[in-house]
Design a protein around this ligand. Sequence first.
Ligand code: PLP
Length: 391
Amino acid sequence: MKPNSATQPATNPSNAPPMNLETIAVHAGRSIDPATGAIAQPLYLSTTFEREPDGSYPHGYLYTRIENPNRARLEECLAALEGGVEAAAFASGSAATLSVFQALAPGDHVIAPLDVYTGTPAILRTILEPWGLEVTFVDMTDVEAVARSLRPNTRLIWIETPSNPRLEITDIAKISALAHRNGGICVCDNTWATPILQQPFRHGADLVVHSTTKYLGGHSDVLGGAVIAHKPSNLFQKIRAIQKIGGGVPSPFDCWLIHRGIQTLPCRMRVHSDTALQLAQWLSQQPQVEAVYYPGLPGHPGGAIATHQMQSFGGMLSIQIHGGRDAAFAVAAHVNLFKRATSLGGVESLIEHRASIEGPTSGTPENLLRLSIGLEHIADLTADLDQAFSA
Ligand SMILES: *Cc1c(COP(=O)(O)O)cnc(C)c1O
C-alpha cells in the first residue's frame, strides 16, 4: 500500500505545506461565517441574490441554479479531495454521468465496461446512442481488448474500479494511456473507492465522476453526484454549462449534507474497508459460499493492480451462494442486521440480490448477493450472516 495521501495540494493558504486527506475532508470549502462567527456552514436556501444599484453582483452569486454558496463550497471540497482543479455538483450521480457524455458530440465513440453500474449503460443505450454517440462495451480488465476497440473517433474511455457488482479491477494508468494515445480522455467513476482509497488523477485519469449519494454523503439520506476535472479543459467547460444551463443541480441542503458527510469520510472508509476485508476472509471459509468477490482476498485477479492503485480495498463485496437463486434469496430473507436494499456506502450494512434489481437484461449470476458493509461491529455482522446461512 502507498503511504496515505501525503502530497495533497493545500486548499487554504497558498504557501502552506500540502495537507493530508483527513484534514482536507474536515476543512476544504469551509471558513468561519464572518457575519456570526458560526463554525458550522450556514445553509443558503436563497434562490436569488441582490444586485448593487450599478447592476453588479459583489458577492458573485445571482441565481441558485447558476451558483449557490453551499454548492460552490462542496465543489471546492470535492476538487481538493481528488486533487483536481474544479468540480461540478449535480442532483445525482446519474445526472453527473449524463453530463459527461452530453459534452461529447454526436458521432463520437465511447468505450465503456461490461461490468459497470447498471445505470451507466442504461444512459448510453437509452439517451446517448439514439442521439448519435457510438458505444462499445468491453471487458475493462482486458487491456488488449480495449486497445482493439479503439477507433479513430474514440473520444472517451469510461472506467469504474472496483466495478459493480463483480469487484473487477481496472488498471487506471494503462487505460488512461490508451485513451490519450488516441487523443481522447479517461473518465473514472470513483464512487466505490472514494478519493480516500483511490485517486484516479494520480494514475492518468482526466475526469472523476461520483455518485455522492453513496460514501461521500455516507448516511443514505441524500442524492447527489459530481464531475471533477484534473486540468482545465473545453470539455469540462461544456460540462459546467450543462450543469448551469441544463439545471440538473443539487439543492443547497443536499450540498450541505454531502459536504458534512465528507468530514467523516476518511475515518468511515477505514472502518468500511477493514470490516469488509475481515468479512470477506470469513465468507471465503463458509461452506454455503461458492465464491467471494473482494480485491483484498488472495487470488483475486485484480489484486496486484488494486494494491498498487488503492490504499485499501473498500467496503463492497459480492458473494455467490451454493444452490442458485433460491438459496441466495433465502440468505437475504433471513438476515436481521443487514437490510435488504439497493444502494451502498451508508453507515448501515445492506444486502441485495443484484440480478433482480438489474432486471431482465442483467448478466449478473442469479446466486449473487451484493453486500455494502456498514460501520457495525464485525462480530455482529458475522453472527447475522452465520445465522442466515444456517436458517
Ligand atoms: C449509484 C451509482 C451511480 C448512480 O448514482 P445516483 O446518485 O444513484 O444517480 C453511478 N455509479 C456508481 C458506481 C454507483 O454506485
